[in-house]
Each structure stands twice: as structure tokens, then as C-alpha cells.
Write a protein that binds this ligand. Structure first.
Ligand code: ZN
Length: 52
């Protein structure tokens, strides 16, 4: 799973498609995790969880 911010959600989706060769799922980060979770690609707060 990849945690990502609003700006990097497209990058995270592409990464899952390339690495896992499946269509990714997109979920919101639960509010209790938002403050302690940062984007994989920058230092912003994570907004989405990309999985498969
Ligand atoms: Zn980001």
C-alpha cells in the first residue's frame, strides 16, 4: 500500500499499476492516521491510501 497526498495520487496509482499489474484501489486515510502519516513522495500529510 502507498500513502500519498493529493498532489501525488496519480503517481501512486501509476506505481501500483506498473509494479502489481492490477488495477489499484483508492481509499481515504482514516482520520486517526492522518496526522501521523506522510506522503511517500513528499512531506505533505497523506490523504489517500492506494492499494490493490
Ligand atoms: Zn506528496
Amino acid at each position: 500500500m502507498i500513502y500519498c497526498c493529493d498532489d501525488h495520487v496519480d503517481m501512486a496509482l501509476d506505481t501500483v499499476v506498473v509494479e502489481e499489474e492490477t488495477y489499484p484501489t483508492l481509499n481515504s486515510v482514516p482520520s486517526e492516521l492522518k496526522l501521523s502519516t506522510t506522503c511517500e513522495y513528499c512531506q505533505n500529510m497523506a490523504v489517500y491510501i492506494v492499494g490493490n
